[in-house]
Design a protein around this ligand. Structure first.
Ligand SMILES: C[S@@+](CC[C@H](N)C(=O)[O-])C[C@H]1O[C@@H](n2cnc3c(N)ncnc32)[C@H](O)[C@@H]1O
Length: 209
């Protein structure tokens, strides 16, 4: 069996340039008071931060996704994770869900640019505006959430919701689950994030009953 290929530095440089060009003029860091209130109303946090392109490439190599996978980014910001997954993976579907309207609409614009430039490998790419706690996620095989700023209570709610999904589901979270329920920790990767180098990403797998 051959493992996933490691992206070469030159490919990563090209990808970083392409993503920077597509996301030029857009930033998720500043949002309106109304947007911040809408996110807080879900009990989630509007605090922003991103995984770097290289770190996400490393995570995707580790996950080694295949044509049956469905990847969700819960709290997808301006959609950079969805974009990179769509540009570099060969999977069934990628979905981002974001509550802050301005971030969501930037993500839609960026993805539209990428589609127009024919840069997307994954045809079924979706960006949804709303509270991910209210969305059905039944088709998910991998869920990513950059959850460092989420409260413990919010993480528990998310964990309860995800516990109803199919066994084998992988959850990648930047915040550790203190109450993991049916999730078993499989790994802990140290990857650079926009706010800290070598920041932990916890990989959990949902076990059956
Ligand atoms: C740290 S940012 C992550 C951005 C993106 N995933 C990335 O790595 O580039 C977390 C995002 O989650 C969003 N968020 C927080 N609670 C949410 C909720 N309940 N439903 C949808 N989005 C939420 C915030 O607005 C914020 O944009």
């Amino acid at each position: 069996m051959t493992g996933p290929t490691r992206a070469q530095p030159s490919e990563l440089r090209r990808l970083r340039r392409q993503i920077a060009r597509l996301c030029d003029d857009f930033s998720g860091y500043l949002i309106s008071g109304a947007d911040a209130r809408a996110v807080r109303a879900t009990k989630g946090s509007p605090t922003y931060g991103e995984i770097t392109v290289t770190s996400l490439a490393r995570l995707l190599e580790y996950l080694d996704l295949g044509p049956d996978d469905v990847f969700y980014d819960l709290g997808s910001g301006i959609g950079k994770v969805v974009l990179q997954v769509a540009m570099t993976c060969d999977i069934r579907r990628v979905v981002g869900i974001e509550m802050a309207h301005s971030r969501h609409s930037a993500a839609v614009d960026i993805l539209t640019r990428a589609r127009a430039a024919d840069l997307l490998n994954v045809r079924d790419c979706r960006l949804e505006h709303g509270n991910f706690l209210d969305r059905p996620l039944a088709d998910a095989t991998v869920i990513y959430t950059c959850s460092t700023a989420f409260s413990e209570t919010f993480m528990r709610k998310l964990c309860d919701k995800l516990s109803g999904l199919r066994p084998g589901l992988l959850l990648v979270s930047s915040r550790a689950l203190l109450t993991a329920g049916r999730f078993v920790q499989r790994d802990r990767l140290l990857l650079d994030m926009s706010w800290k180098r070598r920041s932990p990403l916890y990989i959990y797998e949902l076990e059956g009953d």
